[in-house]
Design a protein around this ligand. Sequence first.
Ligand SMILES: N[C@@H](CCC(=O)N[C@@H](CS)C(=O)NCC(=O)O)C(=O)O
Length: 231
Amino acid sequence: MSDAKYTLYYWPMAFRGCFISYQFAYKNEPLTLAGTWESIAAMNAEQPEEQVIPCTGPPVLFEHETGRYLSQTPAIILYAAGKLGLAPTDPFETAMCMKVQMDCNDVLMEICRYNGSTMWTRDEWVQFRTRRLPRWMRVFEESVKRGFIGKEQVTFADISVFALFGTMTRCLPELNGDLLQHAPNVYQLCKRMGETPSLAKAVELDEQRAGKTYCGGQIERRFGRCWRETI
Ligand SMILES: N[C@@H](CCC(=O)N[C@@H](CS)C(=O)NCC(=O)O)C(=O)O
């Protein structure tokens, strides 16, 4: 029987769920990963009034001891970071980590086009890749330079940045060069984090579980087409 104190409900891929699972993994804290394509689709189809926590989509964290559920990635990370010792003690520094984490969340929303509400066209993808994404990368690069992330004491923000760009470049390796060009310090940070044995193991499990699936569904298939047409 697992000695995990928490269960994470998410699609069987890394995308947004790994922002949470990597926090646990980094600290070698067991976490049960739950969710199949069918069960998460069923969870999303439930009415808010009948859901364990009213939300539009996972990740959802379940705390075994208290029977409580929490949704929204930043809220889950903030809560878990407190439990795992990954949040700074100074409230302003914690808020700064949240700023970085929510920057990551914004990038995810942009890259998955607000959960596939519109599909990438070749031109829009080229625009995004040549303008908006480099700007985002520079935002994170400047965050390293200003000491918000990448310090000796690893925080939930560092792990979030790894979850964002480590996963993005693992699943879409064509973007490795973009990250190296626009955010060399972020590239190095992700490399360092990825070499941590506990995180390396979690990434390997994600790779075994879902291969290089990035955000799943139709939007993922559209990515494939954008790549073929632009590279
Ligand atoms: N703001 C939420 C977004 C949650 C979210 O969009 N989840 C996706 C999976 S990555 C989903 O399944 N959404 C279904 C939907 O929005 O209908 C968070 O940060 O957790």
